[in-house]
Structure formats: C-alpha cells, structure tokens
Design a protein around this ligand. Structure first.
Ligand SMILES: NC(=O)c1ccc[n+]([C@@H]2O[C@H](COP(=O)([O-])OP(=O)(O)OC[C@H]3O[C@@H](n4cnc5c(N)ncnc54)[C@H](O)[C@@H]3O)[C@@H](O)[C@H]2O)c1
Length: 385
C-alpha cells in the first residue's frame, strides 16, 4: 500500500496512541484532517511531531473531503453509532474504537444495517485480540490442551489514579460511556466468549459506588512520596475537576458471574482503586490449567496429571499503560487487514456479542436478578438476518 491518507473523527488520547503505535510499526501515513471540537490527543501526537492535518468544523465536512484510505473513530462511546453511520455512507475503510456502540438498541440497529447494506471494511479496536499472550492462550485452548473448559475466574484491578481518571472523564456518565464494564472490560468479555466458544446463557452481577463520591471525600490525598493523588491526567472532553464531586453514575467496583451455553462458568472481579494491580485469567479445563497474567505478561500452564514444574512463558515489553506492546501488535494487524494480507483478529459481530454480554451483566446488576440471555440473543440473531 502507498502512503495511507487518514481522516480522524474524535482525535482523543486513544486514537493518538494508536497513531503513535502505527508509526512504531513503520506505517507510512498522513493525517489529512480531523473532526473534533477539542482534540485531547493533539498534544500526544505533537510529542512525536506527528502533524494532525486540517481541522474540520464537523464530521460531514471532513468526510466530504475524501477519499481516505482509513477513517479512524475515537469519539466518546455515545457517538460511535452516529459516527459509524456517517463513515459507512462515505464508504472508506474504518477503524473504530470499542465498545462498538453503547446500547442494546444501537447494537440491534447496527446488526440490521450490516446485514442489509454493503458497508466498507470495519475493524474494531478490541486490542487484546492482538496481544501475543492472548493469542497463545486462545491457541492452547483451541488445540485442546486444556480439554473442556469447566470454569474460569478473571480479574481487572486498576490503580487509584486510573480510577480517579474514570471518575472525572466522560466515562463517569452512562449517557456518554454506557457503563464502567462496557467501557473498560468489553475487551475481556470478548476474549472470554472466544475461549468458551459459546455465548453467555445466564448472568448475574453486583456492583456499586463505594470509592468515588462526595461521602468518600477525605480531603487532599497524597502518595507516600508526597505526590498529590487523583490529579495526574487531563480529564478531557466534558471532564470534571474532582474525582469525588463529579456526578458519576457508573460503578467503581463490580463483580459478575456468567454461565455459558457450553455449561462453563466464569466469575469476574473488578475494582478501580487497588494498590496491587491485576488483570489475570485462571482457566480450569478438564485436562489442564492455564493462568494468564496480563499485567506481567506471563503465562503458566500445567497438565492435570503433570508432576513436572508448570510451563512458563514470558513476553516482557512491559509499558506504563499496561498495554505491553498490544497497540503495536494491533497496528500491524490493522495494516495487514487493510492490505488484504490477513483478516483482522476480531469482527464487528464479535464486538457486538461482547457489548451485549456486558450490557446483560449490567442489566442483571441494576435489576438484582439473574438474566436469561436467550431473548437477547434471539433478538440479535433476528437483526442479523
Ligand atoms: N482499545 C483501548 O484500549 C482503548 C483505550 C482507551 C479508550 N478507548 C476507546 O477510545 C474512545 C475514545 O476514548 P479516549 O480515552 O481517547 O477519550 P478522550 O476523551 O481522550 O477522546 C475523545 C475525543 O472525542 C472528542 N469528541 C467529543 N465530541 C465529539 C464529536 N461530536 N465529534 C468528534 N469528536 C468528538 C473529544 O473532544 C476528545 O478529543 C472511546 O470509545 C474509548 O472507549 C479504547
């Protein structure tokens, strides 16, 4: 492919980091222009001297100035559906950030649209699909090394600074982000579904707000080295100044249990204010056990009857954002997909299933009930026909 001409809708922190990762994998591109009322990611690109191109007044003006080789969508989640429709209409290949859309209604409408209308290629930034440790885990499960997956537990625990950012950024509001789980762990539930080879049958969940809120404000907080807490990151578009007084209406900790259609079970535990970071999957199969430690980028496996030491794999390449090289791997996958060399590792359909899974979990939490997912999958499958 020759130099890639890119249009960006929502030039925020995420798209800026993806563009930097594209440069890291020596992708030859130029940003022709962007539509964003206050591009939070511009300074992240400026650190690398990556020019942002022309600032357009809105998405329509930007897309009118095509053709583009790639339209990248990195707007807040509530705008994804509208921006996807505009990009479909323009007809250029699309990379859009996860979650693919924000609500069940939007998911069904998008599924119908994808079934009815010929759309340009669409790739969703479920970046964990590109991580070498995740690929290895999937390959071992697919090869039958673990036997039948019986049960699994998984975690994602975030540093207080990360939690404080979520409490101040647009993700704090359901109307913009959807939910804490939808914005943060749709990645994980995408992989869980892939590992289980099945959709969720029943889900339950508990969660709440017990970390960030006025009643938990104990005044200024400092780390043991004197640095001020909850103050490090620009809260960006529609941001709030204070993590404890920010009208946040999403959870700051949540647990979920899922029974898959295969009969396999999963428990998931997540918290946004921990001092020992963790994103770990413990997968128990009939023939073997695998632990994937995504923070340390290490995998452990032992067969059920092995007497020898567990097999260990380690990838290294740890980065402060804990993406551990995943962004570069995804950039390489995206280039291969656009060049027609290999399919992108995740489809829009996978992304919709992951989103619906998390939406069902949130519904279970809100209603205090076990949700039978069958009607939701029936509606989704009908929309796809
Ligand atoms: N894959 C990942 O690991 C990952 C990580 C972080 C964020 N994300 C996703 O990326 C997306 C952006 O998140 P972020 O962290 O970059 O947020 P951000 O706040 O840094 O960026 C969002 C940008 O959208 C812009 N925007 C707001 N309204 C707009 C409009 N009407 N038209 C165009 N642009 C508009 C904002 O001004 C801002 O620059 C979200 O969907 C998020 O879930 C994915």
């Amino acid at each position: 492919m020759t130099r890639t001409r890119i249009a960006v809708i929502g030039l925020g922190q995420r798209i800026a980091h993806v563009l930097r990762a594209m440069e890291d994998v020596e992708w030859d591109y130029e940003i022709a222009g962007y539509a964003d009322p206050a591009p939070v990611g511009a300074s992240i690109l400026a650190e690398r001297n990556i020019a942002t191109g022309r600032a357009y007044a809105d998405v329509t003006a930007l897309l009118k100035d095509g053709p583009y080789d790639l339209v990248m969508i990195g707007s807040p989640n509530h705008l994804h559906y509208e921006h996807l429709l505009a990009a479909f209409e323009a007809g250029h290949p699309i990379f859009a950030e996860k979650p693919i859309v924000r609500t069940e209604e939007e998911t069904l409408a998008l599924a119908r649209h994808l079934a009815d209308v010929k759309t340009p290629p669409l790739h969703i930034g479920l970046v964990m699909r590109s991580m070498p440790i995740v690929r290895e885990t999937i390959a071992r499960v697919d090869a039958g090394q673990l036997g039948r997956i019986i049960s699994m537990d998984a975690t994602e625990h975030l540093h207080p600074e990360h939690g404080g950012y979520l409490a101040r950024n647009w993700r704090r509001k359901q109307e913009w982000g959807g939910s804490y789980f939808l914005d943060k762990v749709c990645h994980d539930f995408d992989i869980f579904g892939r590992l289980m080879g099945a959709r969720p049958k029943r889900v339950a969940s508990f969660g709440g707000k017990k970390l960030f809120g006025p009643e938990f404000d104990k005044g200024p907080r400092h780390y043991s080295d004197g640095e001020e807490a909850y103050a490090l990151r620009d809260a960006g578009w529609a941001g709030a100044n204070d993590a404890f007084h920010s009208d946040m209406d999403v959870t700051d900790h949540q647990t979920a249990i899922v029974e898959y259609e295969s009969g396999a079970q999963l428990s998931f535990h997540s918290n946004t204010h921990v001092s020992l970071l963790e994103r770990r999957w413990y997968i128990a199969g009939s023939e073997g056990t695998l632990v994937a430690d995504l923070v340390r980028n290490k995998l452990l496996y032992r067969g059920a009857f092995d007497r020898k030491k567990p097999e260990k794999m380690e990838w290294g390449g740890l980065t402060a954002d804990l993406h551990n090289g995943a962004d570069q791997a995804m950039a390489a996958d995206l280039k291969k997909a656009l060049d027609g060399e290999a399919p992108f590792p995740v489809t829009p359909q996978d992304s919709m299933v992951a989103g619906l899974t998390v939406m069902a979990i949130d519904k279970a939490m809100e209603t205090g009930s076990v949700i039978d997912c069958a009607p939701m999958w029936a509606a989704y499958d009908k929309a796809r026909q």
